[in-house]
Design a protein around this ligand. Sequence first.
Ligand code: ADE
Length: 250
Amino acid sequence: MRIDVLTLFPEMFEGPLSESILKQAREKGLLDVRLTNVRDFARDRHRTADDYQYGGGSGMVMKPEPIFEALEHVGAPVAKGDRTGGAVVLMSARGRLFDHGLAADLAREPRLVLICGRYKGVDERVAGAATHEVSIGDYVLSGGELAAMVVVDAVARLLPGVLGDMESAETDSFYEGILGPPVYTRPEEYRGEEVPDVLKSGHHEMVRRWRRKEALKATLHRRPDLLERAELTDEDRELLQEIEAEDNTI
Ligand code: ADE
Protein backbone atom coordinates (compact mmCIF):
# COMPACT_ATOMS: atom_id res chain seq x y z
CA MET A 1 0.00 0.00 0.00
CA ARG A 2 1.21 3.48 -0.83
CA ILE A 3 0.81 6.02 1.96
CA ASP A 4 1.70 9.65 1.33
CA VAL A 5 2.24 11.82 4.39
CA LEU A 6 2.01 15.60 4.02
CA THR A 7 3.87 17.27 6.86
CA LEU A 8 6.05 20.21 7.85
CA PHE A 9 8.31 17.78 9.75
CA PRO A 10 9.16 14.76 7.58
CA GLU A 11 12.20 13.91 9.74
CA MET A 12 9.87 12.96 12.60
CA PHE A 13 8.88 9.82 10.70
CA GLU A 14 12.35 8.41 10.19
CA GLY A 15 12.59 6.52 13.49
CA PRO A 16 9.21 4.72 13.41
CA LEU A 17 9.54 3.85 9.72
CA SER A 18 12.98 2.34 10.04
CA GLU A 19 12.40 -0.09 12.92
CA SER A 20 10.64 -3.39 13.44
CA ILE A 21 7.40 -4.24 11.60
CA LEU A 22 7.19 -1.03 9.54
CA LYS A 23 10.79 -1.42 8.40
CA GLN A 24 10.16 -5.05 7.35
CA ALA A 25 6.91 -4.15 5.60
CA ARG A 26 8.74 -1.52 3.55
CA GLU A 27 11.59 -3.89 2.76
CA LYS A 28 9.10 -6.54 1.61
CA GLY A 29 7.51 -3.95 -0.70
CA LEU A 30 4.15 -4.19 1.11
CA LEU A 31 4.27 -0.63 2.41
CA ASP A 32 5.50 2.41 0.49
CA VAL A 33 5.48 5.53 2.70
CA ARG A 34 6.33 8.76 0.92
CA LEU A 35 6.97 11.91 2.90
CA THR A 36 6.17 15.27 1.37
CA ASN A 37 7.21 18.52 3.01
CA VAL A 38 4.29 20.93 2.72
CA ARG A 39 6.73 23.84 3.02
CA ASP A 40 8.15 22.91 -0.40
CA PHE A 41 4.83 24.11 -1.82
CA ALA A 42 4.83 27.49 -0.07
CA ARG A 43 5.45 29.94 -2.86
CA ASP A 44 6.51 33.13 -1.09
CA ARG A 45 10.08 34.20 -0.28
CA HIS A 46 9.80 33.09 3.37
CA ARG A 47 8.17 29.78 2.50
CA THR A 48 5.24 30.61 4.79
CA ALA A 49 2.95 27.69 5.59
CA ASP A 50 0.79 29.39 8.24
CA ASP A 51 -1.06 32.63 8.76
CA TYR A 52 -3.24 34.54 11.27
CA GLN A 53 -6.79 33.37 11.65
CA TYR A 54 -9.75 35.34 10.35
CA GLY A 55 -11.86 36.71 13.15
CA GLY A 56 -8.86 37.12 15.43
CA GLY A 57 -7.74 34.92 18.26
CA SER A 58 -4.54 33.28 19.32
CA GLY A 59 -2.70 30.71 17.24
CA MET A 60 -1.70 30.40 13.64
CA VAL A 61 -3.54 28.34 11.04
CA MET A 62 -1.98 26.29 8.24
CA LYS A 63 -2.66 27.90 4.87
CA PRO A 64 -4.69 25.96 2.31
CA GLU A 65 -2.61 26.63 -0.85
CA PRO A 66 0.58 24.68 0.04
CA ILE A 67 -1.49 21.72 1.25
CA PHE A 68 -3.71 21.64 -1.86
CA GLU A 69 -0.65 21.88 -4.08
CA ALA A 70 1.09 19.11 -2.13
CA LEU A 71 -2.07 16.98 -2.53
CA GLU A 72 -2.03 17.57 -6.28
CA HIS A 73 1.69 16.83 -6.41
CA VAL A 74 1.22 13.36 -4.85
CA GLY A 75 -1.72 12.72 -7.16
CA ALA A 76 -4.41 12.78 -4.49
CA PRO A 77 -7.96 13.63 -5.52
CA VAL A 78 -8.84 17.10 -4.27
CA ALA A 79 -12.32 17.35 -5.77
CA LYS A 80 -15.01 16.89 -3.13
CA GLY A 81 -16.46 13.41 -3.13
CA ASP A 82 -13.80 11.94 -5.46
CA ARG A 83 -12.95 8.55 -3.92
CA THR A 84 -11.08 7.07 -6.88
CA GLY A 85 -7.64 7.73 -5.40
CA GLY A 86 -8.28 6.19 -1.97
CA ALA A 87 -8.69 8.04 1.30
CA VAL A 88 -7.37 11.49 2.16
CA VAL A 89 -7.18 11.67 5.95
CA LEU A 90 -6.75 14.91 7.86
CA MET A 91 -5.24 14.27 11.29
CA SER A 92 -7.04 16.59 13.69
CA ALA A 93 -8.18 16.66 17.31
CA ARG A 94 -11.64 17.55 15.90
CA GLY A 95 -11.87 14.31 13.93
CA ARG A 96 -13.73 11.08 14.62
CA LEU A 97 -11.92 8.80 17.02
CA PHE A 98 -9.55 6.32 15.43
CA ASP A 99 -10.24 2.68 16.30
CA HIS A 100 -9.65 -0.84 14.97
CA GLY A 101 -12.69 -0.66 12.69
CA LEU A 102 -11.43 2.48 10.97
CA ALA A 103 -7.91 1.01 10.73
CA ALA A 104 -9.40 -2.04 8.97
CA ASP A 105 -11.42 0.18 6.60
CA LEU A 106 -8.35 2.25 5.73
CA ALA A 107 -6.28 -0.92 5.19
CA ARG A 108 -8.73 -1.87 2.41
CA GLU A 109 -8.25 1.43 0.52
CA PRO A 110 -6.12 1.41 -2.63
CA ARG A 111 -3.92 4.13 -1.13
CA LEU A 112 -3.85 6.69 1.68
CA VAL A 113 -2.83 10.30 1.99
CA LEU A 114 -2.39 11.59 5.55
CA ILE A 115 -2.32 15.34 6.18
CA CYS A 116 -0.62 16.49 9.38
CA GLY A 117 -1.80 19.77 10.83
CA ARG A 118 0.29 22.01 13.08
CA TYR A 119 -0.35 25.15 15.11
CA LYS A 120 -4.05 25.85 15.79
CA GLY A 121 -5.14 23.62 12.93
CA VAL A 122 -5.53 23.80 9.16
CA ASP A 123 -7.77 26.02 7.07
CA GLU A 124 -11.22 24.40 6.98
CA ARG A 125 -11.14 24.18 3.17
CA VAL A 126 -8.50 21.46 3.56
CA ALA A 127 -10.90 19.51 5.80
CA GLY A 128 -13.43 19.84 2.99
CA ALA A 129 -11.06 18.16 0.55
CA ALA A 130 -10.36 15.23 2.91
CA THR A 131 -12.43 12.06 2.91
CA HIS A 132 -11.83 11.55 6.66
CA GLU A 133 -10.92 13.73 9.62
CA VAL A 134 -9.39 11.56 12.33
CA SER A 135 -8.31 12.05 15.95
CA ILE A 136 -6.32 9.45 17.87
CA GLY A 137 -7.69 10.49 21.25
CA ASP A 138 -9.28 13.20 23.33
CA TYR A 139 -6.16 15.26 23.90
CA VAL A 140 -4.31 17.84 21.83
CA LEU A 141 -0.99 16.96 20.26
CA SER A 142 1.49 19.55 19.03
CA GLY A 143 0.76 18.37 15.52
CA GLY A 144 -0.72 15.56 13.48
CA GLU A 145 2.62 13.78 12.93
CA LEU A 146 2.50 11.45 15.93
CA ALA A 147 -1.14 10.71 15.15
CA ALA A 148 -0.26 9.92 11.53
CA MET A 149 2.43 7.50 12.73
CA VAL A 150 -0.17 5.76 14.86
CA VAL A 151 -2.45 5.40 11.83
CA VAL A 152 0.39 4.15 9.58
CA ASP A 153 1.38 1.54 12.17
CA ALA A 154 -2.14 0.32 12.93
CA VAL A 155 -3.06 0.12 9.22
CA ALA A 156 0.20 -1.57 8.18
CA ARG A 157 -0.35 -4.40 10.71
CA LEU A 158 -3.56 -5.26 8.89
CA LEU A 159 -2.10 -5.38 5.37
CA PRO A 160 -1.84 -8.93 4.01
CA GLY A 161 1.64 -10.37 4.55
CA VAL A 162 2.93 -7.69 6.91
CA LEU A 163 2.62 -9.85 10.01
CA GLY A 164 3.86 -13.43 9.92
CA ASP A 165 1.95 -16.27 11.57
CA MET A 166 3.98 -15.73 14.71
CA GLU A 167 2.68 -12.18 15.15
CA SER A 168 -0.78 -12.58 13.59
CA ALA A 169 -3.18 -9.69 14.14
CA GLU A 170 -5.98 -12.17 14.84
CA THR A 171 -4.87 -12.50 18.45
CA ASP A 172 -4.46 -8.75 18.97
CA SER A 173 -6.70 -6.80 21.31
CA PHE A 174 -9.69 -5.32 19.41
CA TYR A 175 -9.41 -7.78 16.52
CA GLU A 176 -12.67 -9.36 17.62
CA GLY A 177 -13.93 -6.23 19.30
CA ILE A 178 -12.65 -7.12 22.77
CA LEU A 179 -9.33 -6.82 24.64
CA GLY A 180 -6.75 -9.57 24.31
CA PRO A 181 -5.91 -12.06 27.11
CA PRO A 182 -2.86 -11.66 29.38
CA VAL A 183 0.32 -13.31 28.11
CA TYR A 184 3.36 -14.84 29.84
CA THR A 185 6.85 -15.99 28.91
CA ARG A 186 9.68 -17.62 30.85
CA PRO A 187 10.62 -17.83 33.71
CA GLU A 188 7.85 -19.98 35.12
CA GLU A 189 8.07 -18.22 38.48
CA TYR A 190 9.21 -14.63 38.90
CA ARG A 191 9.28 -12.67 42.16
CA GLY A 192 6.82 -15.10 43.68
CA GLU A 193 4.35 -14.96 40.80
CA GLU A 194 3.64 -18.10 38.80
CA VAL A 195 2.56 -18.58 35.20
CA PRO A 196 -1.01 -20.01 35.31
CA ASP A 197 -0.91 -23.85 35.24
CA VAL A 198 -3.34 -24.11 32.34
CA LEU A 199 -0.86 -22.39 30.00
CA LYS A 200 1.72 -25.07 30.81
CA SER A 201 -0.76 -27.95 30.52
CA GLY A 202 -0.37 -28.46 26.77
CA HIS A 203 -4.17 -28.88 26.64
CA HIS A 204 -5.09 -26.74 23.62
CA GLU A 205 -8.82 -26.62 24.27
CA MET A 206 -8.36 -25.60 27.91
CA VAL A 207 -5.82 -22.94 26.90
CA ARG A 208 -8.21 -21.57 24.26
CA ARG A 209 -11.09 -21.41 26.74
CA TRP A 210 -8.90 -19.81 29.45
CA ARG A 211 -7.67 -17.17 27.01
CA ARG A 212 -11.18 -16.37 25.86
CA LYS A 213 -12.42 -16.08 29.45
CA GLU A 214 -9.51 -13.84 30.47
CA ALA A 215 -10.04 -11.66 27.38
CA LEU A 216 -13.72 -11.27 28.27
CA LYS A 217 -12.85 -10.63 31.94
CA ALA A 218 -10.38 -7.85 31.05
CA THR A 219 -12.92 -6.30 28.69
CA LEU A 220 -15.75 -6.47 31.25
CA HIS A 221 -13.60 -4.89 33.95
CA ARG A 222 -11.72 -2.32 31.88
CA ARG A 223 -13.81 -1.57 28.80
CA PRO A 224 -17.43 -2.64 29.34
CA ASP A 225 -18.40 -0.29 26.47
CA LEU A 226 -16.67 -2.66 24.04
CA LEU A 227 -18.73 -5.63 25.21
CA GLU A 228 -21.95 -3.87 24.29
CA ARG A 229 -20.84 -3.72 20.65
CA ALA A 230 -18.91 -7.02 20.41
CA GLU A 231 -20.35 -10.04 18.61
CA LEU A 232 -20.56 -12.62 21.38
CA THR A 233 -21.00 -16.35 20.95
CA ASP A 234 -23.06 -18.62 23.26
CA GLU A 235 -19.77 -19.71 24.85
CA ASP A 236 -18.84 -16.05 25.46
CA ARG A 237 -22.12 -15.44 27.27
CA GLU A 238 -21.55 -18.55 29.40
CA LEU A 239 -18.03 -17.39 30.26
CA LEU A 240 -19.31 -13.92 31.15
CA GLN A 241 -21.84 -15.47 33.54
CA GLU A 242 -19.03 -17.44 35.16
CA ILE A 243 -16.96 -14.26 35.49
CA GLU A 244 -19.86 -12.31 37.01
CA ALA A 245 -20.59 -15.15 39.46
CA GLU A 246 -16.90 -15.20 40.46
CA ASP A 247 -16.85 -11.41 40.85
CA ASN A 248 -19.86 -11.61 43.17
CA THR A 249 -18.19 -14.16 45.45
CA ILE A 250 -15.08 -12.01 45.96
N1 ADE B 1 -3.56 16.92 16.07
C1 ADE B 1 -3.57 17.48 17.31
N2 ADE B 1 -4.15 16.66 18.19
C2 ADE B 1 -4.52 15.54 17.52
C3 ADE B 1 -5.17 14.32 17.88
N3 ADE B 1 -5.58 14.10 19.13
N4 ADE B 1 -5.39 13.40 16.92
C4 ADE B 1 -5.00 13.64 15.65
N5 ADE B 1 -4.39 14.76 15.25
C5 ADE B 1 -4.14 15.70 16.17
